[in-house]
Design a binder for this molecule. Structure first.
Ligand SMILES: *[C@@H]1O[C@H](CO)[C@@H](O)[C@H](O)[C@H]1NC(C)=O
Ligand SMILES: *[C@@H]1O[C@H](CO)[C@@H](O)[C@H](O)[C@H]1NC(C)=O
Ligand SMILES: *[C@@H]1O[C@H](CO)[C@@H](O)[C@H](O)[C@H]1NC(C)=O
Ligand SMILES: *[C@@H]1O[C@H](CO)[C@@H](O)[C@H](O)[C@H]1NC(C)=O
Ligand SMILES: *[C@@H]1O[C@H](CO)[C@@H](O)[C@H](O)[C@H]1NC(C)=O
Ligand SMILES: *[C@@H]1O[C@H](CO)[C@@H](O)[C@H](O)[C@H]1NC(C)=O
Ligand SMILES: *[C@@H]1O[C@H](CO)[C@@H](O)[C@H](O)[C@H]1NC(C)=O
Length: 582
């Protein structure tokens, strides 16, 4: 038994009541084998299409495979074991549970918060898709496994655990879930971390945003008639618990008596994997989800004030765990049309959202086969920026100010999703286990079955377990996919990679009677085009020539460097002489 530190009574009571949930199907729903995804559905005339329902189930199942801690008797991936059951012991807390972040075994609160916010918000908008696919109980189960851990990671109003396990130590381990190495230190942000600063404005605000967005989902506080929450998920007592944590964390993040800073400034160890670049977007989106949760014009005004203070207008950035501004445009537009209290600047917010989306539709680069490409952001895990753009386009489309905009937003969202689901030159749907051409070597220590870090690709020859429903990083700038376990750039899995696909799939369950693209891909389609070249990216560069310069170019550069050197030498000599003359 772990000894418990003294908790404020009210929080202790909250932390112990969060167990019950929707009953899970019995027998449980299990992902069908990949060959099922190469079978064209017979009718394709009504919703829900069974292939889309399966897709949604698979995407949720991935999160179950990522679970940390003691697994319940209802666990579905038979190959997963209890793991990391001493997390938090170093600080006399129970920090077991939650989710492993990606292909490794660290638990990271900041990107987890983004993932959970994204899924709750998406379920609030397209929740009927979960109901239609009979997946709402698994959605509930998935969310609570994350939220209940976040509640444990927030044991006092001004303390939030932002990471468990050290990324540098953990990256040295490649193996199964039975021998995950300790120590796994627990890293908090709290009042003593930096006496004069809030020790992690972004992490506290981002967790507040997740709790508030999920409170809205569980309370059924929807964004109006354009959207539908899942009918069966509502639970007002859980919604209240989540709102309490959201409000405390928001108060922590905005405590006016002290200054603000990024969380890795206080906890450098957390910056190794997920260094945050700013906190203005986190504060804004937290205030706005809280405005929706509390019907508070004051909270709405705080959100708008942050928006101005941090100059969020005019951004063309991607939407991801570190960059929430594009989501702010959409949320402001949704609030304005759903709630008369927040409606005063509806046309202003919609103009901002449409400026952002029109730029994507008309000007954002794409690979030659049509995947949205953001230089820098797309270089590792290229599907993530594209699918997040598609997800926001899909969500905003019902609010578009013209029919032609609505059509172009929906079309681009669908085209990006179809690319990810196999309409690409590799004939590969980039979700594990949904079709015979799906990736077979996701970068995941637990699924690989290997323990030899130096021979990740070859030991074992075949990945031990099928990580059903995992969205992988994505193809290269040249639309190539190499399906190599060591190539984390293209093949890693992560909690946040699945989130936009989940929302998009829920929307497709509701609206699309036709099969996902991949049912037309038969076994062997990927094998026939699989590149024989090396990926030549940030993960794998063996067998690659460095970006080639011709001999002529190298000689020319040599001459220029030589001349510049000579010039510097001359100037230095001249300055030295002048110096001496004084
Ligand atoms: C709602 O959630 C709370 C907290 O997890 C739980 O105790 C309660 O049983 C749930 N109610 C229903 C009707 O599911
Ligand atoms: C959902 O459950 C109902 C009732 O058991 C069943 O009739 C229906 O076929 C199921 N739908 C899907 C998509 O599994
Ligand atoms: C879980 O334990 C079993 C039995 O020891 C083992 O075969 C399996 O590989 C373990 N799973 C993982 C993910 O390591
Ligand atoms: C803050 O966390 C550190 C551990 O990093 C701990 O030593 C310290 O006591 C904590 N302060 C408070 C006020 O909880
Ligand atoms: C704000 O921070 C100060 C200094 O750490 C602390 O004493 C106070 O309780 C905090 N206020 C809130 C609302 O958390
Ligand atoms: C929020 O305020 C609006 C406008 O006053 C009102 O119509 C709505 O019922 C309120 N919602 C809640 C949950 O109190
Ligand atoms: C209205 O929205 C625009 C964005 O188009 C923003 O720049 C402006 O500050 C907003 N005005 C108010 C009063 O909130």
């Amino acid at each position: 038994m772990l000894s418990r530190p003294a908790l404020p009574l009210s929080l202790f009571a909250l932390a112990t009541q969060v167990l019950a949930q929707l009953p899970l199907p019995n027998p449980p729903w299990q992902p069908p084998t990949a060959s099922n995804g190469a079978v064209v559905s017979a009718a394709q005339t009504s919703t829900p299409n069974p292939q889309w329902s399966t897709m949604l189930g698979d995407l949720l199942y991935f999160y179950e495979a990522q679970r940390s801690g003691r697994l319940p008797s209802t666990k579905r991936p038979a190959w997963r074991n209890d793991s990391a059951v001493s997390d938090g012991q170093d600080v006399n807390l129970d920090l077991t549970g939650g989710y492993y972040d990606a292909g490794d075994y660290i638990k990271c609160t900041y990107p987890l918060s983004f993932t959970i916010m994204s899924i709750c918000w998406g379920a609030n908008d397209f929740g009927r898709g979960y109901d239609m696919a009979n997946q709402t109980a698994y959605l509930d189960d998935m969310l609570r496994w994350g939220l209940d851990w976040m509640i444990k990671a927030h044991p006092e109003s001004n303390t939030l655990y932002v990471q468990v396990a050290n990324a540098n130590l953990d990256n040295a381990y490649w193996g199964g879930d039975e021998n995950i190495p300790y120590p796994r230190p627990s890293y908090p942000i709290n009042a003593t971390k930096r006496v004069n600063f809030i020790p992690g404005t972004d992490a506290a605000a981002s967790a507040a945003a997740a709790f508030a967005a999920c409170s809205n989902l569980y309370a059924g506080r929807s964004f109006g008639s354009a959207y539908t929450a899942p009918a069966s998920l509502q639970n007002s007592s859980y919604a209240t618990t989540l709102l309490t944590h959201a409000q405390q964390l928001y108060a922590f993040a905005t405590n006016s008596s002290i200054k603000q800073q990024t969380y890795q400034t206080a906890v450098p160890e957390a910056g190794t994997a997920y260094a945050s670049s700013s906190y203005g977007d986190d504060l804004t989106i937290a205030a706005l989800h809280l405005a929706q949760a509390t019907n508070s014009t004051d909270m709405y005004q705080q959100g708008v004030n942050f928006y101005r203070q941090f100059s969020l207008t005019g951004s063309n950035q991607v939407f991801n765990w570190d960059s929430k501004t594009p989501g702010v445009y959409v949320l402001l537009s949704q609030l304005a049309q759903a709630n008369s209290l927040f409606a005063s600047n509806q046309s202003g917010w919609q103009a901002e959202a449409e400026r952002y989306f029109d730029n994507i539709v008309n000007r954002q680069s794409k690979t030659s086969n049509g995947l949205l490409w953001y230089d820098g952001d797309s270089n590792d895990a290229s599907l993530n920026p594209a699918l997040n753009a598609a997800m926001l386009l899909r969500r905003y489309a019902p609010l578009a100010s013209s029919q032609s905009r609505q059509t172009s937003y929906l079309n681009l969202a669908q085209q990006q999703m179809d690319y990810a689901l196999g309409n690409n030159p590799m004939h590969a749907p980039y979700v594990v286990g949904v079709n015979p051409n799906s990736p077979s070597n996701p970068h995941s220590a637990m699924a690989s079955g290997g323990s030899d870090i130096n021979n990740i690709d070859t030991v074992p020859a075949q990945e031990a377990y099928v990580l059903y429903g995992a969205v992988i990083g994505g193809p290269s700038r040249r639309d190539l996919f190499h399906d190599m376990r060591s190539d984390w750039v293209e093949s890693e899995v992560a909690l946040d990679y699945n989130a936009p696909m989940l929302t998009l799939a829920a929307a497709r369950v509701m609206s699309d009677a036709a099969d996902p693209f991949y049912t037309r891909l038969q076994a062997g389609a990927y094998a026939s085009v699989k590149p024989s070249s090396a990926p030549c990216d940030n993960a794998v560069s063996t067998g690659c020539r460095r970006p080639g310069l011709s001999t002529g170019a190298r000689i020319a550069i040599g001459i220029v460097v030589g001349l510049v050197g000579l010039l510097i030498l001359c100037m230095a000599t001249y300055c030295l002489r002048r110096g001496r003359r004084r």
